[in-house]
Design a protein around this ligand. Structure first.
Ligand code: MN
Ligand code: MN
Length: 308
């Protein structure tokens, strides 16, 4: 049997890493013994906390050329967020909860997309539908991914189904959702020891928006001011990266996970459009966005609209 490569997006978050591991386990249970999870980038401290807690090893970093290889994409579909050699791969299956964009295949495929808060929630439903066993560590990774993507159920992307899945999984995983969830989020939220590069790359995605390419990085924190104390250094790097990578716009979203607000930092020729997107005047390239925590629901569509 040929190998099946399973991976989430670049700059992987907890859902991207966990869902790859979960999907590999799911495939194994269908009899696909060659299903193997990979990652497209470094494991962040939040994800590492979850992996350690449930005694799971991180997937290997993907280095292989995927030309003519069988792949399964989880937690993404846009090719610019995927493996560099994705164009030559045979996409067998996608399980995702994002907008569908810049996605085309030569062959038919399975494609499961649901507008829920987390890919792991969809995977949980797939296990239920097939009557597959959910091992404690798989339940733990599902819970971790749901808590991460939903910011402990506070994000507007969080749905009833995400809450139901987490509630059903917590006893299998052996965790209290609030206690474990806050510890896990905090493990990923310290920005003190992170370099400007870390902050700008750990959870960054590129989006084609009309004629523009927008880079949107997000960092969780328990202290917004701690990040903005380094505004000058961050801006300088954002401008440099934008020049090198040809981004028209670079937005850093700094999200306070305790109070569920964000403050953004914006650079680029089209930066005033970001003010328009949120109906605010940028003050020294920044704006405070009360109640904004979700890049996918509260940032990307708004900026896309403003740029179109
Ligand atoms: Mn993700
Ligand atoms: Mn996700």
């Amino acid at each position: 049997m040929a190998k099946t490569y399973i991976f989430g997006h670049k700059n992987p978050d907890t859902d991207a890493i966990s869902s790859a591991i979960i999907m590999a386990d799911f495939e194994q249970q269908t009899g696909n013994t060659e299903a193997t999870a990979y990652r497209l980038g470094e494991v962040g401290p939040e994800t590492q906390y979850a992996l350690d807690h449930f005694n799971v090893t991180a997937p290997a970093l993907l280095n292989d050329d995927l030309s003519d290889q069988k792949v399964i994409l989880v937690d993404h579909n846009e090719f610019q967020q995927s493996a560099d050699s994705i164009n030559g791969a045979t996409i067998h299956h996608v399980v995702d909860h994002h907008r569908i964009s810049n996605f085309e295949t030569a062959a038919p495929l399975y494609y499961r997309s649901e507008p829920v808060g987390c890919t792991a929630t969809i995977l949980y439903k797939m296990y239920q539908e097939r009557g597959f066993e959910i091992k404690p560590e798989i339940a733990g990774l599902m819970v971790s991914a749901i808590i991460s993507d939903s910011l402990l159920f506070k994000s507007p992307t969080c749905t009833e189904e995400d809450v139901k899945a987490a509630e059903a999984l917590k006893s299998i995983a052996g965790v209290d959702l609030e206690t474990y969830g806050l510890e896990m989020l905090k493990a990923g939220a310290s920005t003190k020891e992170k370099s400007a590069t870390d902050i700008l790359t750990m959870d960054a995605k590129s989006f084609n928006m009309g004629d523009y390419v927008t880079r949107i990085a997000q960092v969780n924190t328990v202290d917004i001011d701690e990040v903005f104390a380094r505004q000058e250094e961050l801006e300088k790097e954002m401008l440099e990266v934008s020049a090198n990578e040809k981004y028209d716009l670079f937005v850093l979203v700094v999200t306070d996970i305790i109070n569920s607000d964000s403050k953004i930092l914006v650079v680029g020729a089209e930066k005033d459009k970001v003010g328009v997107a949120f109906d605010v005047e940028l003050d020294n390239n920044t704006a405070f966005l009360p109640g904004v925590v979700s890049r996918k629901k509260q940032v990307v569509p708004q900026i896309t609209d403003a740029l179109n």
